[in-house]
Design a protein around this ligand. Structure first.
Ligand code: PLP
Length: 399
């Protein structure tokens, strides 16, 4: 049976990570993999997480099964983080949610849920979007369609083209939007644009489906949730997938949430029961440890404060790196305007160089990023800025 199987090519990001690990150049720089890094290039455990884990070690009394939806307290606290504690959809009980194995688990279960609701609904995704959206959603059998999003030429959102294309969507289609810190471009909708998307979805009967994997890493915990909160107020139905991988640094603990907003309490509860049944038939129930950490942090005022301060430090570091990179490039021999990097949010931006130049950065300077030139800004640091900009100047000359 298995002898005819062919080896599949490795995931490009994971194979890049492997090449980086095998590179013995002490000057190497990893701007590829999408994890936050500190000034020393490490991805440390946050102090608030560490403290919560110590508390859990003392207080946990069982490892017995939980439910397909995960911990009720986790669900309650993460809802308040995402929507804000006094959001009308929470007051009106219009939200069903499930703790999931990471944001990926939330996205896949959203796809399974959509498939269960309708076999004819398409999901519209931005061009470009996070590469894993395609297998996560398409793998559940959902038809995917694309709307233009990032204009590589002008380094900004092609907003009119996005709206024009979404006019072709039909009632019951889902529109996947990045809540903040668009991956891979870093180009986020402004408030006016979010409102225009809400108007279009309401007028055409489209259902917003927001992936928010970076809450708190763009402009702030509340600021980054503007789109989600506004849509939840205006729209009868929507889906939201969130992740605690980045903002709590819980990558390998696989902690995320899928929210379903229904038109009223009863519809939300019915939709939730459908979701829980899908979960039961896929992985039965989510892993517990990461969610227990988040639940502990969000439920304890001093720990919550500690976490928010750490998150703010991460956010400010990224903003500072963006500003410093633009300044260093402007002061170098490099021609061209890179100020767009300062106007974008989160960990990623396209540097806007060719795949050949990306390869030269890797082979000559051991600087790693994916071929599209999406770079993880958090992989830079103050000591290496001159090295990076000099390398960039060199490869730009050899186009
Ligand atoms: N959505 C986007 C846009 C992401 O970039 C990521 C991770 O990189 C995720 C979702 C899911 O992350 P995880 O499954 O690690 O929580």
């Amino acid at each position: 049976m298995f002898e005819g199987l062919k080896a599949l090519p490795q995931d490009p990001i994971l194979s890049l990570m492997l090449k980086y690990q095998q590179d013995d150049n002490p000057a190497k720089l990893d701007l590829g993999i999408g994890v936050y890094k500190d000034e020393l290039g490490n991805t440390p455990i946050m102090q608030a997480v560490h403290t919560a884990e110590q508390q859990l070690l003392q207080s946990e009394t069982t490892k017995s099964y939980i439910a397909p939806a995960g911990s009720p307290l986790y669900n309650q606290r993460i809802r308040e983080l995402v929507f804000g504690a006094d959001h009308p959809v929470l007051r009106d009980n219009r939200v069903a949610s499930a703790q999931t194995p990471g944001g990926c688990g939330a996205l896949r279960m959203a796809a399974e849920f959509i498939r269960g609701c309708s076999t004819s609904s398409s999901v519209w995704v931005s061009t470009p979007t996070w590469a894993n959206h395609i297998p996560l959603l398409g793998g559940a059998g959902l038809p995917l369609k694309e709307y233009p999003y990032y204009d590589y030429e002008n380094k900004s959102i092609q907003f009119q083209a996005m709206l024009d294309t979404l006019e072709q969507a039909v009632a019951g289609d889902f529109v996947l939007l990045h809540g903040c810190c668009h991956n891979p471009s870093g180009a986020d909708l402004n408030r006016e644009q979010w409102l225009a998307v809400a108007e279009l979805c309401a007028r055409k009967g489209l259902i917003p489906f927001v992936d928010m994997a970076y809450q708190g890493l763009g402009s702030g915990l509340d600021e980054d949730a503007f789109g989600v909160r506004m849509l939840a107020e205006k729209m009868p139905e929507m889906l939201i997938a969130t992740s605690c991988s980045k903002n709590f640094g819980l990558y390998r603990e696989r902690t995320g949430t899928l929210f379903i907003v229904g038109a009223n309490g009863e519809q939300a509860a019915n939709a939730g029961s459908q979701l829980f049944s899908k979960i039961r038939s896929h992985y039965s129930m989510p892993p517990s440890h990461g969610a227990a950490i988040v639940e502990t942090i969000l439920g304890d005022q001093p720990l919550n404060q500690m976490w928010q301060t750490e998150l703010q430090g991460m956010r400010q570091r990224i903003l500072g790196l963006r500003e410093s990179l633009v300044r260093h490039i402007a002061a170098s021999e490099i021609d061209g305007d890179f100020s767009f990097i300062e106007q974008q949010f989160g960990m990623f931006s396209f540097l806007g160089i060719t795949p050949q130049q990306v390869e030269l950065l890797r082979t000559r300077y051991s600087i790693y990023m994916i071929d599209s030139s999406r770079m993880n800004v958090a992989g830079l640091n103050a000591q290496r800025m001159d090295y990076f900009v000099a390398a960039l100047a060199d490869v730009l000359k050899s186009s």
